[in-house]
Design a protein around this ligand. Structure first.
Ligand code: FAD
Length: 311
């Protein structure tokens, strides 16, 4: 699952330019990411291959690297590209061949330890994603797209999504640690990506559950929504003025309310995805994130693999 292009998309989301493609610049970016150890975009690319568990464990036992995350399920080893690069010299030849086939430009750059000239880069084959997303579902606060999946019927099948949602939803989402994330950075991105979620109405606080809401508008909801709209407009105006005066984006962003939208890539194994669906479709979860969990369930289903864990 993945391509040379996927690495670039997950890196460029920092600049909210993940739809941008330019093959030569893309290859230069991969070389840059590799040489400067900007490693997280490589994690959204996963290969699976058959290997006996004892053979694989004996190979891993030769490596003293506690940061490796390598998963094994039903006779398959699941390896993301970051881990593959960290294991490079130890990988069986057929696995390196698989990497070469799927990520031809990255393979060459890694093989040459990043020492590749621009002229050589131009000649390299390059693998691309066929589409930005395979499927997309809108929710009331944003949207989610299925970028890719690697489904072979194990608990470690992998999925990549791209999500646009308000900050407070992203904050809840990223508590799910068992997966990889790359997100827009408001240290880079200014007014060119400045969108906000404005709810239709203000829901009532639930009495039975301190953290939940009931789906019913409070009195004067319309008036409050109007005030929120004004607050957002005022915040945007202040933000723009700070940036126009060459204020640092990393500080100016502090004035933007939590209704602001962010965009991120999420690559997650099935067992963690099912855990997300269980926890976030539950009625105790916030409505906005519940809608996303429901959308994921519609796109790729729920298999109950998380039930194997006691807690
Ligand atoms: C309704 C609701 C309310 C919440 N309220 C709060 C809150 O008030 N404050 C707050 O901080 N969080 C809150 N959370 C977040 C919650 O505590 C979890 O962090 C979040 O749901 C992610 O779940 P997880 O740890 O199972 O998932 P992941 O982090 O994706 O982990 C997946 C699985 O991997 C294993 N795992 C991961 N890391 C470890 C580890 N370090 N040790 C052992 N096993 C591990 C576990 O089996 C886990 O289920 C809330 C969540 C929900 C759904």
């Amino acid at each position: 699952m993945g391509s040379d292009h996927r690495i670039v998309r997950c890196a460029r989301v920092s600049f909210a330019r993940d739809t941008h493609a330019d093959e030569f610049r893309d290859k230069k970016l991969i070389r840059y990411l590799f040489k400067h150890k900007h490693a997280s975009p490589f994690e959204h690319n996963v290969i699976a291959f058959r290997q006996r568990k004892d053979e694989w464990l004996s190979l891993l036992s030769q490596i003293d690297n506690p940061t490796l995350q390598v998963y094994y399920s039903k006779g398959y080893v699941f390896l993301n590209l970051r881990n593959a690069i960290n294991l490079w010299g130890k990988l069986p030849d057929e696995v390196r061949e698989k990497v070469k086939e799927q990520f031809p430009a990255t393979y060459y750059i890694v093989q040459r330890k990043g020492e590749v000239s621009d002229e050589e880069l131009k000649q390299l084959s390059y693998s691309r994603d066929e589409a930005y997303v395979k499927e997309k579902i809108e929710t009331t606060s944003g949207w989610i797209g299925l970028v890719d999946k690697l489904e072979i019927g194990t608990d470690m099948d992998y999925y990549t999504f791209v999500v646009e949602c308000p900050l407070f939803v992203a904050r809840q989402w990223m508590r799910h640690r068992f997966g990889s994330y790359n997100e827009v950075s408001k240290r880079y991105v200014g007014t060119e990506f400045l969108e906000f979620y404005l709810p239709e109405y203000i829901r009532k606080q639930a009495k039975s559950n301190k953290q939940a809401s009931v789906d019913e508008a409070i009195e004067e909801s319309g008036k409050f929504i109007e005030e929120i709209r004004n607050l957002i407009e005022n915040a945007k105006d202040l933000y723009r003025r700070i940036i126009e005066r060459e204020g640092a984006k990393e500080l100016a962003r502090g004035v933007l309310p939590q209704f602001m939208k962010t965009r991120f890539y999420w690559t997650v194994p099935r067992i963690s995805l099912d855990n997300f669906i269980t926890l976030r479709t539950h009625e105790g979860a916030q409505k906005e994130i519940r809608e996303f969990a429901q959308a994921i369930k519609e796109m790729v289903g729920y298999r109950g693999t998380d039930k194997k864990n006691v807690i």
